[in-house]
Write a protein that binds this ligand. Structure first.
Ligand code: ADP
Ligand code: ASP
Ligand code: MG
Length: 586
């Protein structure tokens, strides 16, 4: 007998008929000989309705009372769901997060799960009942109701699947799987038969709303197999599984974060500790920063730019202003009318010319790229909000995501699904949802090349990476800073053996464009790998602080959900490795 967790999203339980239809799916699973736990979201847009109610009373509702209010949406739907099953002649018991024993921290409205007790649920299952669990909610150590953040029912479902050692976690929703991009945004998007945890984690955290990214953290850490499928159509879905079981593709999908803002501290004294001063303040307020770019600057001063979701702008600006003053920076600028477009693929690292292809497509569409950062499995660019849709389409087409041959069918019955094993690091965690750092490694084989004074016009990045591609260069990290006074900076790393070739190619472009080229022939790249690196606020800062304390300056940074890379001068490589291993308890 297998144990299956099924999760039904808001649209899947929007009215009584849909609840009954969903209840029949749970019953069918149980009749197939399995134990079934169902996780349910609030009906339809009920959570939005409750948010609006609170806003009608006050602009600044307290977070604790918001949780008290929002958790009622799920309490309604679990009760109705259990009644539906009972009315069809089967046993069901509904439980709130507190009744299950979903313990969280006390960060109201975005609480993280610490532990889940399984005794009560298991005894109900053993008695033959289908257990209906309220999604999105838990309880803190003082008995306060907490919620996990919007979309958090996915996280409840996968976390329950993890602790119950479920064979499968089915996510029933209003699309029939994970698509190459949001099908509502781009009708030519295609369903993927399968996708790896790392890709889904990255896509979800970069804007693909189909899964709550924290649910994929659980899936990867605990080896839970997830199947995303339609509530309304009996068609194959998308299986989310480990990288070993999935096919590596240079690009699996394109994500859009529509409301992204860039904040820049201008003319910051370029010394160790500046980044730490800034990012520790942001982390302390729970603001998760994504793209971080520091330009090389002039006269011992540099600009530090970073992106945050537009909602966090007021608070991030206030904190940045205070830090700018303290550091003696000349000022703070920002732009909240931006969007972030990212392409994600685990096979990207081994494919050639991926970055060039993306920038060429954006250039051909006349889109100016405001900032670039890359990691091993993704490239993110910042564009004007008005260009967002065109950018997604251009990038999606450039990687042939609209036309790829039909995907393998997902195994809907789940009969051949073999569970992956939990990551080793899980044993060391105190709380289930704690940040999981697995390793820190040093790569001392690269050179760093930087263009300064590049004109800020569409097509510059494309030209640079097309030329490097023609020279047969394999570029690793790429960063383009936020342009100032019409001039941008692009830095990239290549294998140190290719440094001379890279300089020749770079100088060719630089002389045609009136730019300058500088380089560091040997740099050290440190990579920290784990799960949930970007979504846990403050991870980047845990790296800035120990390096600053040793007087080590950081040349480049890039973040993803599964990896954090920093580039420092070669002579600091070993020392950096030591302090970082210590800082992350490795
Ligand atoms: P639920 O209420 O079931 O949790 P959501 O609205 O949270 O459903 O998620 C499903 C929606 O996610 C889809 O309707 C789709 O518009 C959106 N979406 C965004 N990116 C993707 C993607 N890459 N693949 C599929 N759906 C996506
Ligand atoms: N009802 C909550 C929300 O709308 C949680 C969820 O649906 O996942 O965000
Ligand atoms: Mg959802």
């Amino acid at each position: 007998m297998a144990l299956v967790v099924q999760k039904f999203g808001g649209t899947s339980v929007a009215d009584p008929q849909k609840i009954v239809a969903a209840a029949k799916k749970a019953i069918a699973r149980q009749q197939g000989g399995h134990q079934v736990v169902v996780v349910v979201s609030a009906m339809g847009h009920q959570t939005d309705v409750l948010v609006d109610l609170a806003k009608a009373i006050t602009d600044r509702p307290s977070a604790r009372e918001m949780d008290m209010l929002l958790s009622t949406g799920e309490q309604v739907s679990v009760a109705l769901f259990a009644m539906a099953i009972q009315s069809l002649g089967h046993k069901a018991v509904s439980l709130t997060g507190a009744q299950i024993g979903i313990r969280t921290d006390s960060t109201h409205t975005k609480a993280r799960i610490k532990s889940i007790s399984t005794d009560h649920v298991k005894s109900l299952l053993d008695s033959g009942a289908i257990v209906i669990a309220a999604g999105f909610q838990g309880i803190d150590q003082n008995g306060n109701i907490t919620t996990l953040g919007r979309g958090g029912s996915d996280t409840t479902a996968v976390a329950l699947a993890a602790v119950l050692d479920a064979d499968l976690c089915e996510i029933y929703t209003d699309v029939d799987g994970v698509y190459t991009t949001d099908p509502r945004l781009l009708p030519e998007a295609r369903r993927l038969g399968s996708i790896s945890y790392d890709e889904m984690l990255e896509l979800a955290s970069l804007g693909a709303g189909v899964m709550h990214s924290r649910s994929i953290e659980f899936a990867k850490k605990f080896g839970v197999k997830v199947l995303v499928r339609s509530s309304f159509k009996d068609v194959p879905g998308t299986v989310i599984l480990s990288a070993e079981e999935s096919t590596p593709r240079p690009a699996s999908g394109v994500a859009l974060a529509k409301d992204e803002a860039r904040i820049t501290l201008e003319n910051v004294p370029d010394q160790p500790g500046s980044s730490h001063a800034l990012f520790s303040r942001l982390a302390a307020s729970g603001i998760a920063v994504d793209m971080i770019v520091q330009n090389v600057g002039q006269g011992g001063r540099a600009d530090i730019s970073f992106t945050v979701p537009a909602d966090d702008v007021p608070e991030a600006l206030e904190l940045s202003g205070a830090v700018a003053k303290q550091l003696g920076a000349s000022g703070v600028s920002h732009d909240a009318e931006l969007a972030k477009v990212s392409v994600v693929g685990v096979g990207m690292e081994r494919a050639e010319g991926v970055a060039g292809r993306m920038f060429t497509a954006l250039s051909a569409a006349g889109i100016n790229v405001r900032m670039i950062t890359t990691s091993e499995i993704k490239i993110s660019v910042l564009v004007d909000k008005s260009d967002a849709q065109a950018a997604v389409q251009a990038v999606h087409r450039a990687f042939g995501l609209d036309a790829e041959t039909a995907e393998g069918e997902a195994d809907v019955a789940g009969s051949h699904l073999v569970k992956s094993s939990p990551l080793e690091v899980v044993r060391r965690l105190e709380g289930m949802e704690d940040l999981a750092i697995e390793d820190c490694q040093l790569d001392a084989s690269q050179a760093l090349v930087t263009f300064t004074e590049l004109p800020d016009t569409p097509g510059v990045a494309a030209e640079v990476f097309e030329e490097l591609g023609r020279a047969g260069l394999n570029v690793d990290m790429i960063v383009q800073s936020h342009p100032r006074d019409g001039r941008a900076e692009i830095s990239f790393t290549v294998p140190a053996g290719d440094r001379d070739k890279a300089i020749v190619a770079a100088q060719k472009i630089a002389s045609a464009r009136g730019a300058a080229v500088a380089d560091v022939p040997h740099v050290a790249k440190l990579s920290i790998t784990g799960v949930g690196i970007r979504s846990h606020a403050g991870v980047a800062d845990r790296l800035f602080k120990p390096l600053a304390d040793c007087g080590i300056n950081i040349d480049l940074v890039s973040t993803s959900e599964v990896r954090l890379n920093v580039v420092v001068a070669a002579e600091h490589g070993q020392k950096s490795l030591e302090v970082l291993r210590k800082a992350f308890g490795l």
